[in-house]
Design a protein around this ligand. Structure first.
Ligand SMILES: [Zn+2]
Length: 273
């Protein structure tokens, strides 16, 4: 089955047209990120994920377009072909850091590899978010240092001490630094989503209290997405234990282990047992 997923299309409940962000080169939203870094990040991710997809009998194909200023990326699965398309605007948007860029690509990989809940072979939106911080960035960040160039720095969360405290509890030994980096990146991404979600400003400290009756396959609210990234970042299950496509428990937090970091209930309905 062919399925194409867009990263940043936000349909409001009022049926408005989707809002699309752009970061065209040399415009006010261009943070000065370099094409060379864009290419290196994508090559780096390819080198880690091509063998993983190959071990599943598939082939990873990444198409990139530095000059396209749309803040967007796409994931598509057709048979054994696992395809990503990554546009330059995604890497240089003013609110985004390099760690955030990697985390966004991890969301796309989450569509292709993120397990249950899914539609066909493709994991749903928020599960792809959960996958990105619970699995993907933990695999990648330790091998990639953020480019600490003040010219491309973006504002970080004021309440980063919340992230540091929580990460220390979940990862008292190995994994602490990656956890803080992914919490930081998640916050930056959530501010971008907030722009698409009626300019709301998601916060670590105000989780979405909505409770869904059925699992939501489409993009949840910006706050709910941040909650999901945070739950993934803090869930202490080993990143090498993949999520299952059949069993919600495998690789995940839930009633069975560290319930606080389960898939947030603002989009997820736990299966009745
Ligand atoms: Zn998506």
């Amino acid at each position: 089955m062919r399925a194409l997923f867009f990263l940043f299309i936000s349909f409001s409940v009022w049926g408005e047209q989707p809002t699309l962000l752009r970061a065209d080169l040399n415009t006010e939203f261009d943070n000065g990120y370099h094409e060379d870094r864009f290419n290196r990040v994508i090559d780096f991710i390819y080198s880690h994920y091509a063998p993983i997809i190959e071990s599943r009998g598939g082939a990873l194909i990444i198409k990139k377009d530095w000059n396209d200023g749309a803040v967007n990326a796409f994931a598509e699965r057709e048979g054994d072909e696992y395809r990503l398309e990554i546009l330059g605007g995604l890497s240089r948007y003013s609110l985004i850091s390099e760690d955030a860029f990697i985390t966004l690509i991890c969301h796309e990989l989450g569509h292709l590899l993120g397990g249950y809940p899914k539609g066909g072979t493709i994991s749903v939106e928020a599960q792809s978010d959960y996958y990105s911080t619970a699995k993907c960035v933990r695999r990648l960040f330790p091998h990639w240092s953020e480019w600490r160039n003040p010219e491309v720095s973006s504002p970080g969360p004021q309440d980063i001490s919340f992230a540091e405290t929580k990460c220390k509890i979940s990862f008292p030994d190995e994994g602490y630094e990656t956890c803080v980096r992914s919490m930081n990146a998640s916050w930056k991404i959530s501010q971008l989503w907030g722009k698409l979600d009626r300019n709301k400003r998601p916060s670590y400290l105000k989780p979405d209290s909505t409770r869904v009756r059925v699992t939501q396959a489409s993009h949840p609210s910006a706050q709910c997405r941040l909650d999901t990234y945070v739950a993934g970042a803090l869930c202490p299950v080993d990143y090498k234990v993949d999520f299952s496509y059949e069993n919600e428990k495998v690789g995940a937090c839930g009633k069975w282990f560290q319930e606080a970091f389960q898939r947030p209930l603002c989009w997820y309905k736990t299966l009745k047992k």
